[in-house]
Design a protein around this ligand. Sequence first.
Ligand code: PMP
Length: 286
Amino acid sequence: MPSPKVYINGKLYDKADAKISVYDHGLLYGDGVFEGIRIYHGKVFKLKEHVDRLFESAQAIKLEIPLSREQMAKAIQDTVNANDKKDGYIRPLVTRGAGYLGLDPRRTSDPQVVIIVDDISLYPPELYENGMEIATVATIRNHPAALNPRIKSLNYLNNILAKIEGIQQGCLESLMLNHKGEIAECTGDNVFLVKGGKLRTPPIDAGVLEGITRNAVIELAREARIPVDEMSLTRHDVFIADECFLTGTAAEIIPVVKCDGRPIDNGRPGPITRLLREAFQRLTRQ
Ligand code: PMP
């Protein structure tokens, strides 16, 4: 396997030589933004949507990306080509840049643009067939007025704390509630329920990342004439759901069959989850 080639500020480096300053505020404070994108069969999936979200995250933290959206899209595509990657994962990120040991973002040098292209496998394949177990954790999702979950920032400690709690309970993913006690999302995935033939998912203002896979699944559901309700949900809705699944770039669509030790319906992946998984596979094969 040749070493991955990493893009930093317009140049490609071997993985071992791809380095940025320890004074970078991305490292010191998590001050920066990122994306996670899939490559399917040689094509970058939803590139425009990911670039748009990266720029919106940056705008929300007043970080000026030193490239236009078109230049960023081209840099991503060029890095994929340089790595000759047909199926894989892309991690573009922009940090605030190197500064001094204080918070002030004005006292940093130029933002650093990094693009990593590598492989990803998040969950064991059998979980996609048999479904996974999740647990509700005590750590709530960031309050939107503190750090809005719509911002895909380099500061993921909120999610990591929740992930640690889930792992301690033997679960690979954790269900996070918001400050009102409603379902928000998992640490790296959006949540969907199926009830009475309809899809239910928390609205964006529940304090969640507007997942690009989430939006693709909503579109696929509508094409399949499955109604979608974006509505406030609680754990009660999970316990009485017919089906549950998670969506994310890395996770794709994965069935959930147990939450907080309770089987969801009959404890097996359901037909609507299966239908949407198949539709998503067709979409990513296009
Ligand atoms: N929520 C969070 C917190 C995430 O980190 C992710 C993954 N980026 C998602 C949801 C799913 O978003 P997407 O489908 O765009 O990957």
